[in-house]
Each structure stands twice: as structure tokens, then as C-alpha cells.
Design a protein around this ligand. Sequence first.
Ligand SMILES: [Zn+2]
Length: 349
Amino acid sequence: MLTLALVDDDLFLKHRAPHGHPEHQGRLIAARRGVESVQGRFVVDRLQPRDASFEELVTVHAAEHVARVASTAGKQGAFDPDTYFSADSYAAAVRAAGGLLAGVDRLATGADYALALVRPPGHHATASRAMGFCLFNSVAVAAGVSLERELRGRPVERVLVLDWDVHHGNGTQDIFYERRDVLYVSLHQSPQYPGTGAAHECGAGDGAGYTVNLPLAAGADDAVYEAAFERIVQPVIRQYQPDLVLVSAGYDAHVRDPLGGMAVTDAGFGAMTRRLLDALPDGGRGRTLFALEGGYDDEGLQGAVRATLEGLDIQGGAPGEASTDWSPSRATELELLVDRHSRHWDLSS
Ligand SMILES: [Zn+2]
């Protein structure tokens, strides 16, 4: 049976949302229900998350940003109209980042996969700014810190961040835009908040080609996402050969989500998971962590978390060919993306 390292902490419930805010405590409860529904299929190893240290946070964040977020401890307010903080938000954000680090550590000592159910989310936070419900960029911190470490006796030299949240992870892109030791691959709705993530944003300098944006028009369903994986995401991952994979697992592309405009079902998230693992040696065992980002419908969140975990069990063999049952405009959209990313990757097969 597969061992799943589970990062969770009641402190994440104490990041208390203002009334009516979509990024609220109930999301964590819903995600937990998703995990509970597959118990028995995994050996679930519940980790005691730790706090990220100042030194770990500043591998990707400016010291002034860390200080600014720290100064909110014990207070209530907002960084911008979207991005609130409550008395324990700083503590929760530090533990969210540290929780991912604990998850990676556990992969290094024998867990097959890791799932981090953390709040606040992180992928919009830039090196110097909290935004889009995000205070610290936990996935970016985990990538930055892991590159200075070993995983199962080997140095971590290449980290893949795969971001399937419906919003573009501008913060993660920004932090690693000129680096090739972190490959950032994002599938997101376009146009949508925060407005970044065009296909021509491919990285710069040493990082040219190591940002792969797949902006998709509203309404994309399982078939569109699966085709994007088959034609672009999977070949890119196979060529990059990451030592560590961090999935910015937002579930707001779910058909039920009130913020996103996509049509991905539970099964679609399971299919993306299987395709990711299919592109990794040994099914990504010992090197793959999923971290909760967005996802604002409780039922959708629960079902999609469950489907992600079910997707980890790849005894069923390799995924079949993606369906091509879609409109001509979708076919054109995909061909344009293939063409764009063929400048840096071999997408001919
Ligand atoms: Zn999102």
C-alpha cells in the first residue's frame, strides 16, 4: 500500500476570513473530508508540520516582506481588498511554508507521496508582496529551500512546479523567471485574475524556456486539460527530468467553483494526476508533493482532493489517449500553444 504523508494543522483554521470571503476555514474541512474518503487505500502518515525559519523564507522572499507580514501578528486587517489577515494569519502562513518543508523531508525518508492541506494559499505572493489571498509563497519556499538539500541521497538540482489552479501563479513565475533550476508550468483560465501568464511569458536570461504558460479560454473541460497534458505538459516534464515535483494544487478550475469559469470534473483532476505521474520515473514516488492552493466550492474541493489521491494509485497502467471531442477553436488554441512552446521543447511526438 502507498504511504501518503499528510501535512495538516489546526493552526490553518485560525487564519480567519472576514465574513463572506471565499478563502475561508471551511475549505480545509472540505479538503480533509476528501482525504478521509480514501482512507484504507493509503497508509496515511500524519506529519507534525513545523514553522519555516526566517532563513528559509528569505530564500525566495525579501526580508522586508517577511517583516511586514510578521508585523500583522495579533492584528486584523488587509494587505489589499482581497488579501486579509487575522491575529493568527502570520503564524499560519509560516507553518504552511514549513509544512511543505516537512512534507518534502518525509518524501526524503520514505513516503511515496505527500499532500499538504495548508492555508493561506501561496502562489500569488511575490518575493516582496502579499496578494490574491496569499501571504507567503509556500511552494516557492519549498522549491528554493529544497534546491539546497538532498532527496534520497541525491542533491536536488531541478524542481518542477506544476500549477493547475485556475488562476495564474504570478508570484511563483516572478520568483523563478530567470532561473532554470525551477521549471514553472501553469494551466490557467485567461483572461482571469491576476492577468499574467500569457504564453509568450517563457522565462528570461538563464531561465528562458523554463516558464511554460498554458492560458486557456473559459469553459475548458477534462478533455481540454488532458490534451494539454498529453501534447505539452507530459513531454516537457519528461525532458526536464525533475528531482522534486511540487504541485500547486488549486481546485478552482472545478466545474462547481464560484470563482473559476472552467468545467473540470473530479475525474479530470484524477486524470491530470495520473498523467503527471506517468511522465515521471517510478510514477513520481518519493518526489511528489501536492499543496492546496485555491478551490472555493466545498463539494468540489472534497471530490477533487479525493480524485487526486485516487489518481496516485496507478496500478491501472498508463493513461490512454486524450479525447479530441472538442470545438475547432479549442484545437486552434492548443496548436498555438504547442507552436509557442516548441521553441524551447521538443513537442513533435
Ligand atoms: Zn485560484
